[in-house]
Design a binder for this molecule. Structure first.
Ligand SMILES: Nc1ncnc2c1ncn2[C@@H]1O[C@H](COP(=O)(O)OP(=O)(O)OP(=O)(O)O)[C@@H](O)[C@H]1O
Ligand SMILES: [Mg+2]
Length: 319
């Protein structure tokens, strides 16, 4: 199996708020530090990348946010425009057709069109070659996919279209995209999750659904926001003993011990969830620590990039 940094099309999915944007940015940064020319593609309504990289707002045109690391933010409308301009080669026709308010509202309701054009944009970037050198423009395209349920629908769309329609230009494109998504030399889909009860349950369900319904090579479960243990097992037992024997008098010592026990219990709880992921999701794990920072900025992304880089070399971590 090819490793994370050997794939050229790396997609992160997972439920809302679990860390897809954070992990995508960190993977892209780690790859760029390995000397790869990387495009980070943020999809959806909110643009968050600029805050992480301290850059100007991301847009449809790639900007270099770090050495070798370029980033874009794509909305369905822009992807559709580029598609139309590329395909129809007529900006004026695009304006006449797609910028017409009524046509636009009609297009919005075609199921799957947004997803297809966004994936089409990703496909375009992954397969784009430099005309002078004949080499791929990007060594790696990292996609921060929309949250699941949208996520799985998003990735299923090319298959849905190719099986529902028998011919036409949209089908040819959907087939090309589906082929790229299914190609395990090129593509890797990673599942991001928080190490808490509900997200872990949802990740187990998501994995089963992906196995049953989607032909996209899976990579890692990225367990995000893992609390680093403050105490080893023996120390934890001593913290508990001290808490039990110390008077519950509300003093600073009392509250410190309470905080210590709280931390020990949090870590134990997470260890249980990590083991559950390991038992029930048949994928190697990457673990990203919880970073307690006032501002979640480049420094933190940089640390997470290092955390990920260390763990994928050996083919992922097992508990
Ligand atoms: N390892 C971490 N340590 C501490 N905070 C984190 C960590 N990872 C993510 N966060 C914080 O959690 C929040 C959600 O992260 P992020 O935006 O990456 O999730 P997402 O899955 O992309 O969310 P959405 O579904 O809304 O796009 C952010 O405020 C982020 O700063
Ligand atoms: Mg996000």
């Amino acid at each position: 199996m090819k490793g994370l940094f050997e794939r050229r099309f790396v997609i992160q999915t997972g439920k809302g708020g679990v860390g897809k944007t954070t992990v995508s940015a960190a993977i892209a940064l780690a790859a760029s530090r390995r000397g790869k020319r990387v495009l980070l593609m943020e999809i959806g309504a909110k643009e968050r990348g600029s805050r992480l990289f301290g850059s100007k707002p991301l847009s449809f045109e790639p900007i270099e946010v770090e050495d070798n690391l370029f980033a874009i933010h794509v909305s369905p409308d822009q992807a559709l425009e580029e598609y139309a301009v590329l395909k129809l080669r007529l900006k004026t026709l695009y304006r006449a057709v797609f910028e017409n308010r009524f046509v636009r509202s009609f297009l919005r309701v075609i199921p799957g069109l947004n997803e297809l054009t966004l994936l089409g944009k990703a496909w375009y970037e992954v397969t784009l070659k430099d005309s002078s050198t004949g080499r791929y423009r990007w060594d790696m395209v990292v996609v921060d996919a929309p949250a699941t349920g949208h996520g799985i629908f998003f990735l299923k769309i090319p298959d849905v279209i190719t099986s529902a329609l028998s011919g036409g230009p949209m089908v040819d494109e959907a087939r090309q995209i589906a082929n790229l998504l299914g190609d395990e030399k090129t593509t890797m889909l990673n599942l991001v999750t928080l190490v808490e009860e509900m997200p872990v349950n949802e990740t187990i369900e998501l994995k089963a659904q992906l196995d049953a319904e989607l032909n996209v090579p899976l990579g890692y479960v990225v367990a995000n926001s893992v609390y680093p243990p403050s105490f080893d097992a023996e120390e934890a037992a001593r913290v508990r003993e001290a808490r039990a024997s110390h008077p519950h008098d509300g003093s600073v010592g009392d509250r410190l011990l309470e905080a210590g026990v709280f931390r020990v219990e949090r870590v134990e709880l997470q260890t249980g969830y990590l083991e559950r992921i390991d038992r029930e999701v048949d994928l190697p794990q990457i673990r990203v620590p919880y970073y307690f920072t006032e501002r979640f900025d480049f420094q933190t992304i940089s640390k997470i990039a290092d955390d990920i880089d260390r763990q994928v070399d050996g083919g992922g971590q097992t508990p």
